[in-house]
Design a protein around this ligand. Structure first.
Ligand SMILES: [Zn+2]
Length: 527
């Protein structure tokens, strides 16, 4: 088995397995960050909740080792047998400006203490707006990487190459390109914590894209310091596989209670909207007054993050990640802003999105009409099908049941015989596409559910597609059958008023004889 094996994908997300010397880590995964010598929640408790990997800080262990003159084995130290990733002191470098170690010493030290996934001593960019300073951090990190790689002698340790550049996308790109030449097992994007604290998820999206587009796809991407239930779905959908975060404990210390849609202050809660072991055991007032409050909140927060990851993985397997991210993103205008940008990166998201899925597409509101499956389906129709017929019968319906159109086609065949071959019957599940009846059972043209009437942007896209379809195929006459009870009114009005086809008619009647009559009135000889 390769070190990282992908099992399922949707959008740019994947469910995978990362193999370390201490076991398998199913990704996406959040690694709770714990202090090596002071833990409010024990690693064994984290394991019970379902965490199969943790993150701790090798630099703090190094300092302690020097102070007490003793070496530690990190699994023994934490009393945790599963995967342990060790950070290198970069955080301390960002906080205090310097660390008393070298890239070489940290690599050797992480190897000696038995780390499963090590990180080289990088120089975090942070949120600086000073490009020169940012460039320096990128250069220093690359230089540290070049010095570190020859020391990767113990092949059982996986090594992480951090990508820096802060908010400068060109620097992130450069950093990713240079680091990918050094063949790390894992890549990591640094410095997003402050961007996330400012809820600038759109910027986070661009940072992730800048890194991902320049990294090898067969390696996992770690996002440093991301542990918020709203950030995770977005970041996973964009291709991040691993996360580490101390948020569960930092939030708990200030009384913040995570929920699926964000955080609340415990003091503001009248109920505990969760069924984890903590919330099931305590009433809200008890929890507020408990002497153990920080610890209990931390445990709850860990449950919320664990559940979030499970929901994301399930959504990837089901091929419903788009819907899941859309639902989650609705919780905050800034996450929604980032999600709206998904419509502009369709090609990036398309690569991992299966063309055929086991469930129907749901189109609720913008930007659902731009989801990769819809754009892809539309292009397949426009590129592969050339119709050379005189007449178009296009059928608008409220549902994805096309039986009426099949029956109508049979009726035409009976009544006008061979001349019915001059008619192209199509269904119109707009904003997906106008679809010839011959292929309308192919996914997703009968496997969808659309919220009608369309919102304005969806309607604009629907009209654009209708127009493109008509100008591509040059029908002489078009009969539009509107059985949508006015739900497609905007599109039908456009068609009625438009000049794309001279001979056109709209009927809302359900009687086949009536439709055939309207059709013959368009100009085709009466049978
Ligand atoms: Zn809970």
């Amino acid at each position: 088995m390769p070190t990282f094996e992908v099992r399922a994908t949707d959008l740019a997300a994947r469910v995978g397995y990362l193999k370390t010397k201490s076991g398998l880590v199913e990704t996406p995964a959040v690694l709770p960050v714990i202090h090596p010598f002071n833990q409010i929640v024990k690693p064994s408790e984290m394991e019970k909740i379902g965490y199969s990997a943790l993150m701790t800080n090798s630099y703090l262990i190094l300092k302690k080792s020097r102070a007490v003159g003793q070496l530690f084995e990190v699994h023994d130290l934490l009393d945790y047998k599963k995967t342990i990733m060790t950070d290198s002191g970069a955080y301390q470098l960002l906080e205090y400006g310097e660390v008393e170690t070298t890239p070489e010493e940290i690599i050797n030290f992480e190897t000696i203490i038995g780390s499963d996934i090590g990180v080289i001593l990088d120089t975090p960019t942070g949120l600086t707006r000073n490009k020169k300073r940012a460039e320096e951090t990128v250069s220093k990190t690359i230089e540290a990487a070049i010095r570190s790689v020859p020391l990767f002698k113990d092949k059982s340790v996986l090594w992480t190459g951090p990508i820096q550049g802060g908010v400068f996308y060109d620097l992130i790109e450069k950093s990713a390109r240079e680091m990918s030449k050094l063949n790390f097992d894992v890549y990591a994007l640094g410095s997003p914590t402050q961007v996330m604290e400012q809820y600038d998820f759109e910027q986070l999206l661009h940072m992730i894209l800048a890194a991902k587009r320049n990294l090898p796809l067969d390696r996992p991407l770690h996002l440093f310091g991301a542990g918020h239930p709203l950030t995770l779905p977005l970041a996973v959908a964009l291709g991040c596989d691993l996360f580490d975060s101390a948020s569960y404990i930092l939030y708990a210390k200030r009384g913040a209670y995570m929920t699926e849609s964000g955080t609340r202050h415990l003091d503001d809660l009248k109920y505990l909207p969760c069924e984890c072991e903590v919330c099931a055991r305590y009433f809200v007032e008890e929890l507020k007054k408990s002497k153990d409050r920080t610890r209990l909140l931390a445990l709850h927060n860990l449950h919320v993050l664990s559940k979030e990851i499970k929901n994301i993985k399930q959504a990837i397997y089901e091929g419903r990640l788009w819907e899941y991210v859309a639902t989650k993103s609705r919780a905050h205008p800034r996450t929604w802003t980032a999600f709206k940008h998904f419509s502009k990166i369709r090609e990036y998201l398309e690569e991992g999105t299966p063309i055929f899925k086991n469930y129907g597409l749901y189109l609720c509101s913008t930007p659902d009409e731009h989801r990769p499956e819809v754009e892809n389906a539309y292009e397949r129709i426009m590129e592969n099908i050339k119709i050379n017929k005189r007449t178009l019968v296009v059928y608008f319906s409220k549902t994805n049941d096309h039986t009426f159109l099949y029956n109508l086609r049979n009726a035409f065949e009976k009544k006008i015989g061979a001349r019915s071959e001059e008619i192209q019957f199509c269904v119109a599940p707009l904003p997906i596409a106008i679809v010839p009846i011959e292929v309308c059972d192919i996914y997703p043209f009968s496997q969808y559910d659309i919220s009608l009437p369309l919102d304005l942007e969806m309607e604009r896209v629907a009209i654009k597609k209708f127009k493109q379809f008509l100008s591509r195929h040059k029908f002489k006459e078009v009969l539009l059958i509107d059985h949508s009870n006015g739900k497609y009114k905007g599109v039908v009005d456009w068609f009625t008023k438009g000049k794309v086809v001279q001979k056109k008619r709209v009927v809302t009647d359900r009687r086949t004889e009536f439709i055939v009559k309207e059709f013959t009135d368009l100009g085709v000889e009466r049978p």
